[in-house]
Each structure stands twice: as structure tokens, then as C-alpha cells.
Write a protein that binds this ligand. Sequence first.
Ligand code: SF4
Length: 405
Amino acid sequence: MPPSPPMPQDRGEAHIRDSARDRDRDRVRDRGDACPGALRLHRADDGALARLRIPTGVLTPRQVRALADVADRLGDGHLSLTSRGNLELRGLGEGCGLGLAELLRDAGLLPESERHERVRNMVVSPLAGPEVRAWAARLDALLCAEEWTLELSGRFLFAVDDGRGDVAALAPDVTLLAEPAGTALVQAGGPGAYRVAGADAPRAALAAAEAFLAAAREAGTGAWRVRELPAGQDVDVAGHLRRASIAAEPVRDAVVPAGAPLAPGLVGEDTVSVLARLGRVTTAQFRALLPAEEVRVTPWRGFVLPGLPDRAAAEERLRALDGAGFLTRADSPWAGVTACTGRPGCAKALADVRADARPVDGGLPVHWSGCARRCGHPQGVAWVDVVATAEGAYQTTVTVQGPTR
Ligand code: SF4
């Protein structure tokens, strides 16, 4: 693994440990948080891997060009998309950590406080308007400004949902859901929620995360996520909203709409949505997303290009992106097919799932996994689970998404 700039050493996990023996027995996490980041690279079988958080989900054209150049110069000439809307660079060579950090810094892809780059885990509705996108940007700034947020694990997830329920369905730990009146519901694990003024929404999400950390300390079981807290462990969102002087109305039976993932194709008159086949693109494909005023990365392993001049221009872009190898139609048999890294990139893999992956009948999303960890599987929907077995075969089951807590 190449040298990486100094990073905090698993502060959160150390902080929430409890020495009581009975609690130790119930611990859900015994290891430190090894989640990779842009500065803390992970050594995979195909070289080092860097995971970039894109907290608002938006890349500028300059950042698209910079990432493509980085993947060509330092990586394997591809970019991978994750189920949280992150981008991964793989196949990074030995000793590239410092050079990579410099290139990402120059492209504005690292926060000012670089120690916070792994806690900026946010998914944002890709079609959200400026107000909701501003919430996401503000929440990112707040996260990066607080020392205590370094205690959040690299897996703790915020969803900033514009009200359609698309990213709220991704089993986040803290959800901000926009309401038509301009207010927001904030929820940490549910089912109850709190209604706050739109102007307070980012601070409310931060307060909910702080409430989770307090609950995790109290439980002492090493939980990284709300759903990992012991049953009955209260997350005192109300108390933390009060402490932050945020006026909030309890909403006992908050209903979060069940939004569907954004399908590929034309969206309205001036926006296009495309998917990357099996969540991976070549740098040539990535560059083909330009020209665009901005490129939005989605948690369904796709991209959205808003603001095209008119419908004809949008249809033309869609045809061009189809020619570049993107999935551009909702009825593409590959639209619901995802796969983990598998062989040869992952040492745990029992098969080259990306070579084996194919659509299945039945209309459900299908996820191919090289082992029982099922990295990157769909969230919030029923899906077909295809897992490689030690016997050289695949086991297939239909999985119904369980509750998030
Ligand atoms: S599911 Fe298993 S094989 Fe696939 S990437 Fe995760 S650990 Fe590796």
C-alpha cells in the first residue's frame, strides 16, 4: 500500500467502546473502521483502491476531466460507481497515495478538513432542486467543521431526499426528507420523525447524527450504524435538537414515500439519466458525459445530466451516450443487474462474478456477489441474490428488504 497522509486512527470506534464484560459479549463490531477513502487506500488484489465521497452528488466538468486523467495516469483506466454514489479508482500503483491526494485536492475533490473525507457519506436525490441541494452542501460543511463527527464510521449514511423517497429508501442512518411546505422531516432510524424549518434542516441532520453517537456510547456495543444499536436503545433526536436550539415538531407516524430508483432515459425535457453497465465505466465513457453543465452521480450506479438546451438536444445526448456504452433505456435487460468486484480484484471472491453476471427473468433487480458478504447489494427493494459458492456454483434466492433497524 502506498503511503497515505496522516488520518485519524479510528477515533469513533475507540470512543464508543465500553469495557463492561456483559456488553462486550453483545458487541456488533470488534474491529476498527477500515472503510477505504480517498486518502486511506485499501490494498486489493488488483492494486490499491481509493473511494471518493461526492457528498452533494455533483461533479463539475473540470472534476470529471480530472478524475478521468487520474484514472488513466495512476489507476486502471476505469471508474467504479458504488451503491452510495461514491466513485472508486482501482488498480492504483504502489506509492501513488501522495500524488493522488494532490491531484484530488487540485480538483476540489477533498474537503478543506481532509481528516473528514471519509465521514461525508451522503446520498442526495439526483433530481433535487437548488434548495435541497443547498441542504446537502450545508450538511457537508457542518460535518467537516466539527471534531466530534470524526467519530462517525465510514459507513454511517445521510440521505437528503427531495420528497420523492428515492434516496430515503436506501436504508440511511439519518434522513432529511423535504416537504412541500418547505419544511423537512428528520429521522434517525424511524419510525418517528421531527419536522423542522427548511433553514434548520442541515443542522437538524447533524444533531440526529450526534444523537446516534450518544446512543452508541451508551449501548457500548460498537455500533457503527443506527440499525446496529441494540433493540430498544433510544436515539434521543429530540434532546439533541433542543440542545442545538432547533424548533421541532414530533411526527409520530411519519410516512416516507417509497420512491423508485431513477430509471435511465429522458427525464422531463432537458435532463438525461444513464446507467453504467455493472457499475463500471472506462475513462473514455466517463469523458463522454461531457459537455455538461454538471454531472450528477447516482446511488444506482448511474449519471444524470441536467440542463440540456431542449428535448431534441437531450435525445441527441442520449443516443450518443448509448453509443458510448451506457444503458439508456429502462427496459434494457442489464438495467437492474449489479455485481460486486469479485475475482480478480477481491481476495475473498470465489468467482469472477462480473464475467458471469447476466440478467435474470422476473423483473427484479439482481445482484451477483463473489461471497456471502454481498458488497453493494440493493437497498430498500426486493432483489434476486446470486452468491458464488465454494463448490464453484451460484446460489440464487429472492431477498425481501428488511427493516432498517
Ligand atoms: S461480496 Fe465478497 S467477493 Fe464481492 S467484493 Fe465483497 S468481499 Fe469481495
